[in-house]
Unconditional design. Structure first.
Length: 721
């Protein structure tokens, strides 16, 4: 029998089934591997696989007490492996690498009252009995704490038979009660009602892809909640998966879900405890987890029967996983839905161009919510032409923005300044020789943090104090921060408005879900006058008191020549703009730019999304870029530069040639050295009809692998660094 192990291997190994067990595909088993034991999954037989010599087979040790990995999940794992070209075992590892999954927690003993009377009734004993008479069974320590008695008192009562022990399922405590679709929801507007109807009509009808597109504040969440309610109503075992890009920021969503459905959904992300993760995993497998809200890896949960997938903020770059198995969760979610034969809804105010093109071609059904709920108007977006503004050197807030911030502050309203750069300054340079301070084994500049005190690498956890001497020319006291980060901007705001209450929202100031929640609450309670934030603030919050948004450097994302630079800038700035004036108060957005005539700025200022998409699509189509063409990147890396370069040359000499694709490279990657590894890149651009994976497989097969050089394949790359 074949057993797939969660290792970087493409093959399932052959084992002899243990006597007298009836193992079936999907079962979890423990098998010998070398001198160790490993947990793997019995995989389906493959007629093409070479038969192993039965005499040499080792025997499966044991079956693990877990529900089997369903067939639909196994097919999905195979699909993802084929598409991303990641080894099957690596994809399996993602699906089952769940801390605590294989360790059934010890059963928990809880105690309940019997009819027996204690030998002697003390006050302490009475308290215990009163507690349990009115409440559910509890653990000893729980009882002792609640009744303010020692453990010994409780044990004593148990010894006399006054309390009886009940063995309870330790996983059960982590299961949320089922959401109730009949809890009344809000009254939908006519527009929302129509949109919800369009989604609901697809539930139970097999695979369908829909794009729910609506401006921020139009009620997209309320609308997809209706689709979830319909999915819950239709079948007793229909499950729903809601993917979100940033789980740390989704508390608002979980609260709203609870208001709508009377219970919280199960959640899934890497910061959960092992037990909570195990509970969600088991709930997905048993069908008891009716709704799971999770980060991208939730796609690999062993759902019993999905009846709807929702991808919230589907344009968000966080859906692309860049490590190990390199995949795009939105795209794989569509595959998951088609394999599970259920509808999928891609939700965004600023859809990805991929989704838009699929709507235009009729592959996806487009469902629109064109207006904000409750008559709130969209913010007014105005450019600030930085070429005309007399902004002092070393400052980033133009006189125009400063005046508006002051007016807003005096009016007692909230403002947001957006700058997508963590830390104090993006680089430290030497005034004497112009050197950018880098770490020896990295070609990414070190970022200045903690108000100028430290340098930090954003690609690993390296930090160092700001050097007094230039590492290159040796000059003393010449290293200075270069450019603005949110910390430096905060300094500027403090100097301009000493009376204002300010706070920075970035991934290093707001790290966990509870920190994010606390931060959002401070904004909502108006304990902050000026919020300074990175892209973290763009994600789905309501700040009803916020009426002014200043975009410090709107051009920032446009440099660098990334094929999605324009699209990302448009999405990000439009999302930030959407934070303003959501309730009765209209919002204003000031966009500081050196190129107000750029099509992205024009589309933003004119509020003309359709023009942006048409323009962007035309450019991509002409150049054959995605989604009109296909792309794949090969990233070679290793600690020995000569080895990497030699392997790149060897691959280059075997590069395939053809009329409908081009191989570009090799070239040193923009970050030619990262975490001590030298990096070279190839880029393959092909027509959509080309079997890109086949092409690359054939190419790689011609050049013997080199153990010192890692070759990572990135199908549909989003990062070009
Ligand atoms: P989006 O997801 O499009 O940004 P939301 O669903 O978050 O929009 O809705 C924006 C705000 O308007 C939320 O506070 C939401 O509760 C409220 N809202 C939307 N639709 C309704 C409705 N029909 N009745 C009451 N409140 C609504």
């Amino acid at each position: 029998m074949r057993v797939l192990l969660p290792l970087g291997l493409d093959l399932a190994y052959d084992y002899r089934p243990p006597p007298e067990t009836n193992l079936r595909p999907g079962d979890f088993v423990e098998v010998p591997l070398g001198t160790k034991r490993r947990i793997g999954v019995v995989w389906d037989d493959d007629a093409d696989a070479p038969a192993a010599d039965p005499a040499k087979l080792r025997t499966v040790h044991d079956r693990i007490a877990l529900p089997p990995l369903p067939e639909s999940t196994r097919r999905f794992i195979e699909w993802v492996s084929r598409y991303t070209m990641a080894p099957l075992g690596s994809v399996l590892r993602m699906a089952i690498a769940t801390p605590g999954l294989f360790q059934a927690p010890r059963p928990v003993l809880t105690y309940a009252l019997t009819d027996a009377e204690p030998e002697r009734l003390t006050a302490a004993r009475q308290r215990v009995m009163d507690l349990l008479r009115d409440g559910p069974p509890r653990t000893i320590s729980d009882i002792a704490e609640a009744a303010a008695v020692s453990d010994g008192v409780v044990r004593g009562l148990a010894g006399q038979g006054v309390l009886e022990a009940i063995e309870s399922d330790p996983d059960a405590g982590y299961m949320e009660p089922p959401p109730d679709p009949e809890t009344p929801g809000p009254v939908l507007s006519a527009e929302q009602h129509a949109a919800a109807g369009a989604l609901m009509a697809r539930i139970g009808g097999g695979f369908a892809a829909l794009a729910l597109e609506g401006v921020t504040g139009s009620g997209k969440t309320e609308v997809y909640f209706e689709a979830i309610a319909e999915a819950l109503r239709q079948g007793a075992d229909g499950q729903v998966l809601v993917l979100v890009p940033e789980i740390a920021l989704t508390n608002q969503l979980l609260d709203r879900f609870e208001t709508r459905f009377g219970a919280r959904p199960m959640v899934w992300h890497s910061h959960l405890t092992g037990r909570a993760r195990r509970a969600t995993w088991l709930g997905a497998a048993s069908g008891e987890a009716r709704v799971v809200v999770g980060a991208r890896s939730a796609l690999f949960l062993p759902f019993k029967a999905l009846s709807l997938i929702v991808v919230d903020e589907e344009h968000d770059p966080a859906y692309k996983q860049e490590e190990q198995v390199i995949y795009h969760a939105r795209d794989m979610a569509v595959v998951r839905a088609s394999l599970m034969k259920c509808p999928i809804v891609l939700v965004s105010a600023t859809p990805s161009l991929e989704t838009m093109v699929n709507c235009w071609s009729g592959k996806y059904q487009r469902v629109l919510l064109p207006t904000r709920h409750g008559g709130a108007t969209l913010p007014i977006i105005e450019p600030v032409d930085m070429r005309r503004e007399d902004t002092p050197r070393g400052r980033w807030i133009s006189p125009r923005l400063e005046a508006d911030l002051r007016a807003n502050l005096e009016a007692g309203e909230q403002s947001l300044l957006f700058l997508n750069r963590r830390g104090y300054a993006p680089a430290a340079i030497c005034r004497a020789c112009g050197n950018r301070v880098m770490r020896e084994n990295c070609s990414a500049p070190l970022v200045v943090h903690r108000f100028g005190n430290r340098l930090q690498c954003h690609h690993c956890d390296f930090t160092m104090p700001m050097p007094r001497q230039c590492p290159k020319c040796g000059a003393e006291g010449t290293i200075v921060p270069y450019g603005p980060g949110v910390e430096r901007l905060a300094e500027e705001v403090e100097a301009l408005f000493p009376e204002a209450r300010i706070a920075i929202m970035a991934s290093d100031t707001v790290r966990t879900a509870s920190e994010a929640q606390a931060f959002v609450e401070r904004i909502e309670k108006h304990q902050i006058d000026i919020v300074i934030g990175t892209q973290l603030v763009t994600k789905g919050h309501h700040f009803p008191m916020l009426t002014l948004v200043g975009i410090i450097d709107a051009d920032l994302g446009l440099s660098g020549g990334d094929l999605r630079a324009g699209e990302r800038t448009y999405q990000q700035l439009w999302q930030v703009a959407g934070r303003a004036g959501r309730a009765e108060r209209p919002g204003r957005v000031l966009v500081q730019t050196y190129m107000p005539e750029h099509p992205v700025m024009q589309a933003l200022i004119g509020g003309d999304g359709p023009a942006f998409y048409r323009n962007e699509a035309a450019e991509r189509e002409m150049a054959g870029w995605p989604p009109y063409g296909r792309l794949a990147a090969l990233i070679l890396s290793g600690v020995n530069e000569a080895d990497v370069a030699a392997h790149a040359r060897a691959l280059a000499s075997r590069a395939p040639r053809g009329a409908d694709f081009t191989v570009m490279g090799p070239a040193p990657a923009p970050y030619a050295r990262l975490r001590g590894r030298f990096r070279h890149r190839f880029l393959v651009r092909a027509r959509r009809s080309v079997d890109l994976q086949g092409l690359i497989r054939g190419w790689l097969a011609q050049v013997p692998e080199k153990s010192s050089v890692r070759v990572a394949v990135d199908i549909d790359p989003y990062s070009f660094l």
